[in-house]
Design a binder for this molecule. Structure first.
Ligand code: ADP
Ligand code: MG
Length: 461
């Protein structure tokens, strides 16, 4: 019998295939590489220590038998562990991964993420600085020049809706792209991240998914508050976080509230958030609002007189998204209706928008959008039916009411047909759970959230 390591391992594999189920075979045996065969001792390479432990614990008996059969009574097994410490990661494994990447074989999850999902319109150049965002902006700029070596790791940026978190996080990515060749940037939001994890778990590739972060220079994740209550995703995020932090890879995280106010997120994760810099973004003051208006008007080639600028600055005091809404609307009126942008038009538009804002963030409005989407009347959503699709519509309505309005749980319950506090909590939990396990449902949530946000923008005009 004249076997080399490859043919010996092939024989073993064929045999193992018949002995274990397909999923285990793919996860635990297919990734093994035979390295050498000397005096009946086969050396195999496994991706990391965890993998080695798992095989020793679960399959060593089976492997022993198979090796004995093909290599004889002196058969032996030795392991080479590919990633054992940081040095190996930087060396061998990184090279192997680089090769895979070139061959386009790297795990699809990250391939699609690398650099691609960044919004090129969000840069530091068009991000207006004010007292409200100075710390966050400066910290963000500083990590781009110091990738992996910054003291701000992780960088956590938090603040209310429409104040510039997504803009800053994209600006970081775009700046790094400008200054580096082929940086490995992963930019994602919490919904998409959760989806990827669900898919990876389903395809039995979670382990490859986690491992692929070894290739990443910077990992940026938007809207981490949506991790609330998603235990499995948090678990996996925790692993990735630790790995990246230990290896001086940069992490950037945004949230709509400060870490200590995040509920339903494991304490160990929250305490790690505090290792770096936590920077807030506040609502802009008058001076900053006017600067932002000027900058955006110039970009859109919209001429606004000083009194118009002042009027908007004084009257639209919420988020920057609202300021943009006014400009979009003014621009539409001036081009479509050929109206001059004077104080009269401006005050009409501003009036309408502040009215719209009050209306849109109400529970009623959410119920209407949900009702339109599912084709279920609001009265049924608020009624007693336990039909599956009605229950789902109701739970989603409650979920978004909690997320997008300031209504207390008690009022939300009242609005949904007089349901009590525990039913409201149960609905929110149930939506979160389903997002955790069902990618289609999770996509539906994203779609509905977009619809709700768009209903705001549409009614601007
Ligand atoms: P968030 O993610 O915090 O909800 P976004 O980053 O989506 O907010 O910002 C909302 C809109 O306001 C975006 O179009 C963004 O470009 C704009 N914006 C926010 N902050 C600024 C700023 N400081 N300068 C210019 N535009 C800004
Ligand atoms: Mg955002």
């Amino acid at each position: 019998m004249n076997l080399n390591h490859t043919s010996a391992w092939e024989k073993c594999l064929t045999e193992i295939k018949g002995l274990v189920d397909e999923k285990s075979f793919r996860t635990w045996f297919a990734p093994i590489k035979p390295v050498k065969l000397e005096d009946s001792v086969l050396t195999i390479q496994v991706p990391n220590k965890f993998f080695y432990d798992w095989i020793e614990e679960n399959y060593i008996g089976l492997l022993g038998k198979v090796l004995y059969k093909h290599l004889g009574k002196n058969a032996g097994l030795e392991y080479q562990i590919l990633v054992e410490n940081h040095r190996d990661i930087e060396g061998n494994y990184k090279q192997a991964l680089e090769r895979k990447l070139k061959e386009n074989k790297i795990i699809d999850f990250l391939n699609e993420e690398f650099n691609q999902s960044l919004n090129a319109n969000y840069t530091f150049d068009n991000f207006v600085q004010g007292d409200c965002n100075k710390l966050a902006r400066n910290a963000a700029v500083s990590i781009t020049g110091n990738l992996g070596k910054s003291a701000f790791n992780p960088l956590i940026i938090y603040g209310g809706v429409g104040l510039g978190k997504t803009h800053i996080i994209n600006a970081i990515g775009n700046e790094i792209k400008k200054n580096n060749t082929n940086p490995r940037i992963v930019y994602t939001n919490t919904e998409r991240f959760t989806n990827q994890i669900i898919k990876a778990l389903r395809d039995n590739q979670i382990y490859e998914f986690i491992n692929s972060f070894q290739m990443v220079d910077i990992f940026m994740i938007d809207d981490i508050q949506f991790l609330e209550g998603r235990t499995k995703t948090q678990e996996i995020f925790f692993n990735i976080f630790n790995y990246m932090h230990q290896n001086d890879k940069q992490l950037v995280i945004t949230s709509d509230r400060p870490p200590h106010e995040l509920q339903g997120i494991q304490e160990r994760l929250i305490s790690r958030f505090k290792w770096g810099l936590v920077a807030d973004i506040q609502k802009p003051d008058l001076e900053t609002r006017i600067k932002i208006l000027e900058s955006k008007a110039q970009r859109d080639q919209l001429y606004l007189t000083p009194d118009v600028l002042n009027f908007i600055g004084h009257n639209v005091t919420g988020s920057i998204r609202e300021l943009e809404g006014v400009l979009v609307s003014l621009s539409a009126h001036s081009t479509l209706n050929e109206r001059i942008i004077d104080l009269e038009l401006t005050s009409e538009v501003v009036d309408k928008i502040s009215h719209t804002n009050r209306r849109v963030i109400s529970v009623d409005n959410i119920q209407q959008v949900i009702s339109d989407h599912f084709g279920i009347p609001v009265s049924s959503i608020n009624g007693k039916s336990r039909k599956k699709e009605i229950v789902i519509a109701r739970q989603l309505g409650i979920y978004f009411s909690k997320e997008m309005t300031d209504s207390p749980l008690k009022d939300i319950g009242n609005n949904f047909g007089g349901r009590d506090h525990s039913t409201v909590l149960y609905s929110i939990k149930s939506v979160n759970n389903q997002i955790d396990v069902d990618p289609l449902f999770s996509e539906l949530v994203v779609k509905l959230r977009n619809k709700l946000e768009n209903s705001l923008i549409k009614s601007f005009n």
